[in-house]
Design a binder for this molecule. Sequence first.
Ligand code: SAH
Length: 345
Amino acid sequence: MKNIFGMTVPEISQVLKEWNIAPYRAKQIAEWMYQRNAVSFEEMTNLPKTLRQKLMENFMFFRAELKARLDSQDGSTTKFLLSFADGIAVETVLMRHSYGNSICVSTQAGCNIGCAFCASTLHGLDRNLTRGEILSQVIFINELLKTEGKKVDTVVIMGSGEPLMNYENVVGFIRLLHEPYCLYMGYRNVTLSTSGIVPEIYALAEENIQITLSISLHAANQDLRTRLMPINNKFPLKDVVAAAKNYGDKTKRRVTYEYILIKDLNDTDDFAAALAGLLRGQLASVNLIPINPVIERDFQRPSQERIDAFEACLTRHHVTVTVRREMGRDIQAACGQLRNKYLVQ
Ligand code: SAH
């Protein structure tokens, strides 16, 4: 049976039309699911009983369920392990900033991109998440924040999985999130991070949704990037950067490049200069991420002096740069780590 959670108003209307039911009911159903925290059709009390019955007979209604939760000591970061109808579980992270609440959603259970530093890919890919499953992570946390008089302000698509390998569901999710009957979230409050799936980066530029694109670069030369990210064999660095530039030109949005700093691997001034050279002439900024060491992997964080020097070198080359503030190191916030712990138990 199809899960109704994740369906749009036009999709629900289409079903209601076949049942000879007025289309305005679709909006009521959507509001119950996405804004009013209904967990069953019975709760949708402004719908006729016969309609509720019919919905029950034809649809499954499943929202994300909480399996585990970890709070950082300072309370700024919470990591949730959420599960879906078939029992598969993914991680979602809530980060409370002074400027608002940001959440990091997963788009796949596991991942098959194979990046050398990443915990999400260690067990391969289980499956793509559906549009509704991605949305249900946001709704779950939004409901939690509502109890504190707060809400989800920004969404980063940076949890486990490669979003552009699950393109239809991810773009459908972003559009649904933006609907007034859902969270009415501005596209500018959404960031999508990719390892660089070139054809889909071009496709995304044509979607007419002004989300921020973030490219996981991590190295500015072809050989080193291939070592860190095997996907670089298929979609070489220069093609990824060209696709990202096209995205920036088409959407007028500044593209961000993520660059994990790994001790003695990609953290020298020469690498910083190469990175600046690669991005010259592009509306771009760099987000430096001191690596979050993963127990299964042997990569170390550079010293604070090295991080500062790398940043300074980029600034000297006129590159806009930020260093990611570390949040939730004590709760294994690098993507995939809570899930892996759970998988081996
Ligand atoms: N597949 C997408 C989105 C998920 S990964 C992508 O590659 O962008 C989200 C970000 O976390 C990426 O920039 C990824 O490179 C980074 N990341 C993965 N493992 C990490 C680690 N151990 N420490 C710091 N960042 C990590």
